[in-house]
Design a protein around this ligand. Structure first.
Ligand code: AHR
Length: 496
């Protein structure tokens, strides 16, 4: 089967914001404890951080990490996690019914972020708390010194401000499951007043208002519109969250999940611009897709009667090849919207629906979904190019007619990279790309993630069952790139 596209620097969507390659660390399950932090582990460094995990995080290419939740943040008191460890309280976490010892808190996260080479993105609690506590947190983190809270930070061993520039105004407050769930008006008013106060402490910060928890929420669309009517002047981003899974063995629809993400992004952009027009405001609100991934939530429903434990194994999905192909297509979709999506965080980073798996006291491994993320984070640079694919299509139960090929390209000087997914389970795609507008290009490498067995996963015991491989055959002749995209595959073709 044949597919065509065009690489032309004249068709630029926008610049790649490195913050599209963000991740998320929540106090949930084993993301923090025995994930990124495990004192006593043979690979633990002097701060108790797992060095094997730090190395994988660097290899993954994560740029920004959202913290400390998620649903967790809506009951969190940030003060519990600072100061001498022996004086920190153990608390019952309402979101996940876990015992939170607060052994790992704000300053540990900042130190970990520096070691991992990522920028922190903090969320404030607007579920059970409000304006005062959020402004205090900004003061503790960012104020240079000479105030009670900035001096307290220094006393806690951090004289230099943490300089956190990106802040989430709560989490999923449209969701009835959220501790402190609110109506759009209640949240919009609170978010706006909190944003103002936080900016009074540090005028340089960027702020994300909560959009809907997912596009299936009954209030989707009206939630965003109402919240933005309250907050438009004082926020920079609105958030989107989406998780995808295969329902009832419908692989075709699952592989087309990016169609839903694309529509979701388009709808939120339209809503932001509608509010902007109504308010006669020329400012453009950007999108923070600060939770996205494959999550087999259906399985979680069975686990949901959560026992009050310290470090339970929660939603530790083990991802197969088809999941990685879907993750690849979601990354492509985020890139295709680089003009409006400025931040995106894959949820989460370690163990909890994560690209990195660890065993307590044991090893760690890269899940299949690690690879498309690492490829895109490392090589998607410069400007995003629209490639206008012309592809055979297939029929899906959920999204109708969907193209087999999903693709996008980036250009950074002489380096052009094509990212592509073939959704066909049976057939490879013979791809032809017109590259006449980019003379002199030749193929540097074609890397593929695919397998004859789409259900194959990596585990800590068997970490290398699914690995990307370099394939031969792609070439540029007379201004045409040709390449074979195997059935059900993620592909990165680098040209220079
Ligand atoms: O990432 C897991 C959970 O999913 C987060 O806590 C919440 O924000 C979302 O519903």
């Amino acid at each position: 089967r044949q597919a065509r596209l065009t690489l032309d620097p004249g068709f630029a969507v926008g610049e790649v914001d490195p913050r599209l390659f963000g991740s998320f660390v929540e106090h949930m399950g084993r993301c923090v404890y025995t994930g990124i932090y495990e004192p006593g582990h043979p690979a633990a460094d002097e701060d108790g951080f797992r060095a094997d995990v730090l190395e994988l995080v660097r290899e993954l290419g994560v740029t920004v990490v959202r913290y400390p939740g998620g649903n967790f943040v809506s009951g969190y008191r940030w003060e519990d996690g600072v100061g001498p460890r022996g004086e920190r309280p153990s608390r019952f976490d309402l979101a996940w019914r876990q015992i939170e010892t607060n052994e790992f808190g704000l300053n540990e996260f900042m130190t970990w972020s520096r070691k991992a080479g990522v920028a922190p993105m903090m969320a404030v609690n607007l579920g059970t708390r409000g304006v005062r506590e959020a402004a205090d947190l900004v003061e503790y983190c960012n104020f240079p010194g000479g105030t009670a809270l900035s001096d307290l930070r220094a006393k806690h061993g951090h004289p230099e401000p943490h300089g956190v520039s990106l802040w989430c105004l709560g989490n999923e407050l449209d969701g009835p499951w959220q501790t402190g769930h609110k109506t759009a008006h209640e949240y919009g008013r609170l978010a706006n007043e909190t944003a103002k106060a936080m900016r009074m402490v540090d005028p340089s910060i960027e702020l994300v208002a909560c959009g809907s928890s997912n596009s299936g929420m009954p209030t989707f669309g009206s939630w965003e519109a109402t919240v933005l009517e309250h907050t438009y002047d004082n926020v920079d981003y609105v958030s989107l969250h989406a998780y995808y899974e295969e329902h009832d063995g419908d692989l075709g629809s699952f592989l087309a999940s990016a169609v839903d993400m694309d529509h979701f992004i388009g709808s939120v952009v339209a809503t932001c611009d509608h509010v902007g027009a109504k308010l006669r405001n020329r400012k453009r609100i950007r999108l923070s897709f600060d939770e996205w991934n494959v999550w087999y939530m259906g399985r979680f429903v069975g686990e949901k009667n959560l026992a009050a434990e310290r470090v339970p194994r929660l939603i530790e999905d083990n991802y197969h090849v088809a999941d990685a192909v879907v993750v690849g297509s979601l990354l492509i979709t985020l890139l295709r919207h680089a003009d409006r999506v400025g931040v995106a965080c894959q949820a989460q980073l370690a163990n909890v629906i994560a690209p990195i798996l660890t065993e307590p006291g044991g090893g760690s491994c890269r899940q299949t979904i690690f690879f498309p993320f690492a490829h895109a984070a490392r090589h998607a640079r410069g400007r995003v190019l629209r490639v206008e694919p012309d592809s055979p299509r297939y029929d899906t139960a959920r999204f109708g007619d969907v193209p087999l090929l999903e693709a996008v390209a980036t250009q950074d000087g002489d380096e052009v990279v094509l990212f592509a997914v073939n959704r066909s389970v049976e057939d490879s795609l013979a791809l032809t790309a017109n590259v006449r507008a980019l003379p002199g290009l030749s193929v540097v490498e074609h890397v593929v993630l695919a397998s004859d067995d789409r259900t194959l996963t990596n585990t800590v015991a068997e970490p290398d069952r699914v690995l990307p491989r370099r394939v031969d055959g792609a070439s540029v002749v007379d201004g045409e790139l040709t390449a074979e995209l195997p059935a059900l595959s993620w592909n990165m073709i680098r040209l220079s």
